[in-house]
Design a binder for this molecule. Structure first.
Ligand code: MN
Length: 500
C-alpha cells in the first residue's frame, strides 16, 4: 500500500490589522502546535505549517499550491485571530482538497489574573473561527469541523480520523479497479454508473477478460508455486488432506498459481481493487478464493460477482484503517438466526473473506463449492472475534450515490459450524435485527458490505462529506419512523440541490 508520504497542510488565518508583533506570535504559536502535534499525536500524515494568511491573494495562492501538490491530501485551517472571511472566498472556491476546520485555541485556559486586551486580541479563535465558519457554510463547502483543545487526545483522534479519510480519498482518485468478467447477470445492486463513479468518487473501472488473467497464471513457474505453498504451510493451520502428499494438495498448488498470476497482473497494471465472477472462470482451475483472501489482507479491495463499488469501498476502508487495530473485509449477509432481541445475522461469502478479521490462526482447507462448475477451491476458514464494527455499502440510486452504514456488534456463534467450512462472522445490526435490517432494506442497501472492526461511523461520515454523497446511518438511535422521513427529506434535498 504505497501512499507516498502524505502531508496535511496547516494554514492559519489572520489579517494585517494587528501589526508585525502579533503576526509573529501567531506564526510562532502555529509552528509550535504543528511541531507538537507531529511529535506526539501519532497522525498518519505529517502536518506541514504553511503560512499565516492575511489577504485574499495569499489564501488563493496557498489553496492553488495545495491543489497541485500530490503529497498534500488535505488542508487544516485555524483562525488564531480574526480573519475577515471575504478574503477566503476566492481560495475556497478553487480548493479541491479535503478541508478540516480546526476550532481550537493556543492556550488551554484563561489566565484570569493576567488577561488584558492584548491577550484577547491575540487569542480570539472563539470569534475568528465563527467568521470563517460562516463563509464555509455560505459557500456550501464540504468541511469537517473539529472543536476542542488541540492537546487533548479525543480532539486529536477526530483529526486523525479525518486525515485517514483524506489519505483514502487521495488514494481513491484515479484508483484502478479491475473486473474479471462482468457483474453477475441480472443483479441490480452491485451494478451502477461507472462514468458517474469516476466523476464523483475517482474510481476508474476497467474490464479485464478472464483470459488476460489466465495468461498470467500460465506464466507462473513451478518453483514460485512451491515457494508460495510453503509460505501457506507456515502461515496457516493446514488440513491433513491439503498437506504435502494429501489428496487436496494439487488444489492448494493451483490456488497458489492463481494467486501469483493475479498478483503479477494487479501490480504490473497499478490496480488497487478487483472483482471476480464465479460464472466467468474459463481457463482457471478454481474460483480465486484463497488469492482474494490473501490479497485483501495486503490492502487490495475486493468484490465478488463483479461488485466493483464494494471492491473500491473496501480498498478505501483498508487505507483508512491502516495501522489501526481490527480487520476490514468484504462480507455478505447470509442467514438469519431469529431469537428475539438476540437475533443476529450469519455473515460469510462463498470463500472470499479477509483473514484480517480472523480470530486465531486461519485453517487452510479444500472443499467443493457447489456453484461455478470448477474444481474444489482452497480457502481460509475462521471465525471473527466479538466486538463492535461497521458494515458499509455504496449504492447507485440512479441520480446519486448513497452510502449506508450500519453499526454492528459481532457476537459468538452458538456452536461450531463443522459442516460450513467458510470464514464467517456473526453479528447483531444496531439497534437490533428488526430495525437494522428494516432500515437497510428501505435504504436499498446491498447484500455485500465492507465490514470493519477498525473503523467507526465517523470515518464514513467524513468520507461522504468529502465526496459530497448521501450518507445514511443505521445505529442505536435509529427508528423506522425517523429513518423513513430522512429518506424522503434526502430525496427532496438532492433534487433541489441537484447534488448527486
Ligand atoms: Mn456475493
Amino acid at each position: 500500500m504505497n501512499l507516498n508520504n502524505p502531508e496535511v497542510w496547516f494554514v492559519t488565518g489572520s489579517q494585517y490589522l494587528y501589526g508585525e508583533e502579533t503576526l509573529r506570535q501567531v506564526a510562532d504559536h502555529s509552528q509550535k502546535m504543528v511541531e507538537q502535534l507531529n511529535a506526539t499525536a501519532g497522525f498518519p500524515a505529517k502536518i506541514v505549517f504553511k503560512t499565516v494568511v492575511k489577504s485574499s491573494e495569499e489564501v488563493a495562492n496557498v489553496c492553488s499550491a495545495a491543489n497541485s501538490e500530490p503529497r498534500c491530501v488535505g488542508v487544516v485551517t485555524w483562525m488564531h485571530t480574526f480573519s475577515p472571511a471575504k478574503m477566503w472566498i476566492s481560495g475556497l472556491k478553487i480548493l479541491h482538497k479535503p478541508l478540516c476546520h480546526f476550532h481550537t485555541q493556543f492556550n488551554r485556559e484563561i489566565p484570569w489574573s493576567e488577561i488584558d486586551m492584548d491577550f484577547m486580541n491575540l487569542n480570539q479563535s472563539a470569534h475568528g473561527d465563527r467568521e470563517f465558519g460562516h463563509i464555509v457554510s455560505r459557500m456550501r463547502r464540504p468541511v469537517k469541523v473539529v472543536v476542542g483543545y488541540w492537546q487533548e487526545k479525543p480532539v486529536q483522534k477526530r483529526i486523525d480520523t479525518w486525515m485517514r479519510v483524506a489519505i483514502a480519498w487521495a488514494d481513491a482518485q484515479g484508483m484502478k479497479i479491475a473486473r474479471f468478467g462482468d457483474n453477475m447477470n441480472n443483479v441490480a445492486v452491485t451494478d451502477g454508473d461507472k462514468v458517474e463513479a469516476e466523476y464523483r468518487l475517482g474510481y476508474h473501472v476497467d474490464y479485464y477478460p478472464v483470459g488476460d488473467l489466465v495468461s498470467y497464471v500460465q506464466r507462473v513457474s513451478k518453483s514460485d508455486v512451491e515457494a508460495l505453498v510453503e509460505e501457506y504451510d507456515k502461515s496457516y493451520e493446514v488440513a491433513p488432506e491439503a498437506r504435502r502428499g494429501g489428496k487436496d494438495r494439487v488444489s492448494v498448488e493451483e490456488a497458489a498459481r492463481i494467486e501469483l498470476g493475479l498478483r503479477a497482473l494487479l501490480s504490473e497494471n497499478g490496480i488497487k481493487a478487483f472483482t471476480t465472477n464465479f460464472d466467468a472462470l474459463h481457463g482457471l482451475h478454481q474460483l480465486p478464493g484463497l488469492a482474494a483472501q490473501r490479497l485483501m489482507a495486503e490492502g487490495y479491495g475486493f468484490g465478488a460477482e463483479g461488485d466493483w463499488k464494494t471492491a473500491a469501498l473496501l480498498r478505501t476502508m483498508k487505507v483508512m484503517a491502516r495501522g489501526l487495530e481490527g480487520g476490514t473485509s468484504f462480507m455478505e449477509d447470509y442467514t438469519y438466526n431469529f431469537k428475539g432481541e438476540d437475533s443476529a445475522i450469519l455473515q460469510a461469502h462463498m470463500l472470499e473473506v479477509c483473514p484480517s478479521i480472523a480470530e486465531g490462526r486461519p485453517r487452510l482447507e479444500v472443499h467443493p463449492l457447489g456453484i461455478g462448475g470448477k474444481a474444489d477451491p482452497a480457502r481460509l476458514v475462521f471465525g471473527t472475534a466479538p466486538g463492535s464494527g461497521i458494515a458499509a455499502t455504496l449504492v447507485d440510486m440512479g441520480s446519486r450515490f448513497r452510502m449506508i452504514v450500519n453499526d454492528v456488534e459481532v457476537v459468538r456463534t452458538e456452536a461450531a459450524l463443522p459442516k460450513l467450512p467458510v470464514a464467517h462472522a456473526f453479528w447483531k445490526p444496531m439497534p437490533n435485527l428488526e430495525v437494522g435490517a428494516h432500515a437497510w432494506i428501505l435504504a436499498g442497501g446491498t447484500h455485500h458490505t465492507s465490514f470493519s472492526q477498525a473503523l467507526t461511523r465517523e470515518f464514513m461520515e467524513d468520507y461522504a462529506e468529502i465526496a459530497g454523497i448521501e450518507m445514511l446511518s443505521i445505529d442505536s438511535q435509529t427508528t423506522i419512523r425517523n429513518f423513513k422521513n430522512e429518506l424522503k427529506l434526502n430525496e427532496v434535498y438532492y433534487m433541489l440541490s441537484k447534488g448527486f
